[in-house]
Design a protein around this ligand. Structure first.
Ligand code: BGC
Length: 255
């Protein structure tokens, strides 16, 4: 008899500054098991308002009772509690996000920093699958997110977008948000990325860089401009990475 694997399905939710997106994820393939639903992030994005959206999102799917929920959140997250709040209401700081999700959905839940969840997905199903050693996933968005995964184990809350380089917070010089604001071409952006990635490479000696964030779909226009010792490849899961990574983490560690 073939036994069904425990938790082949988990529900992933990506909480962002403008939208809250969720989908059930098939954990054997790392793909959505149904179309994603997106609800605009409430304004103000307080725990009560976001909690109501989490409940609504999960209730819009018919899921087995034991399907756990995984959440990404743009903050430093320690044991479920937010210790910072990037692009969400500051009242989240000190809030147990996982408890809010449990209360709102009636399910086991786990929460992770957004870049950590995306990085975990790339290792489990994407560009860093089967890669040994230290994988560093760097997401280039409004800010710079980072995830460090060593031999498949996530070391959470790296916050390497905030490294101080040449006297500046790195994400204030090298993020894709800055590129868009300044109207830089990829050629104009490349030296900032070069400075950033060579510094991170020097500090951590990774085995692989994976570059995520929306701009990674244009990787052919800027990754070849970088000169690094470490292989650097685009993310594969693109904007599904947060949901898929959160779901994968939920299946492993949700309580
Ligand atoms: C935040 C990180 C987050 C990253 C990407 C940074 O500004 O400090 O927690 O992972 O942006 O959203």
């Amino acid at each position: 008899m073939v036994m069904a694997k425990k938790h082949e399905l988990a529900f992933g939710i990506d909480v962002g500054g403008s939208g809250i997106k969720g989908a059930p994820v098939d954990l054997t393939t790392g793909e959505f098991a149904a179309d994603r639903v997106r609800i605009p992030t409430p304004d103000p994005s307080t725990p009560a308002a976001v909690g109501a959206v989490l409940g609504e999102l999960v209730a819009s799917f018919s899921l087995p009772d034991d399907t756990p929920v995984g959440l990404t959140f743009p903050a430093i997250v320690k044991r479920g509690v937010a210790h910072s709040a990037a692009n969400v209401d500051p009242s989240w700081i000190g809030t147990d996000i996982a408890a809010v999700a449990r209360e709102a959905t009636g399910r086991r839940a786990v929460v992770a920093n957004d870049a950590d969840a995306a990085g975990f997905a790339e290792v489990a199903y994407g560009a860093a699958k089967h890669k040994e050693g230290l994988v560093m996933v760097i997401t280039l968005g409004t800010g710079i997110g980072s995830a460090m995964i060593h031999d498949g184990v996530l070391i959470p809350n790296a916050e390497l977008g905030h490294l101080e380089i040449d006297g500046f917070d790195a994400e204030s010089r090298a993020s894709n948000g800055v590129r868009e604001r300044e109207g830089w071409t990829f050629e104009e952006w490349a030296p900032k990325l070069q400075r950033y990635f060579s510094h991170v490479e020097f500090l951590f000696s990774p085995d692989l860089f994976v570059v995520g964030g929306g701009v990674s779909k244009k990787h052919a226009q800027f990754l070849p401009l970088l000169d690094l010792k470490t292989p650097i490849v685009p993310a594969k899961l693109r904007n599904a990475a947060g949901i898929v990574g959160a779901a994968a983490l939920a299946a492993r560690i949700a309580v």
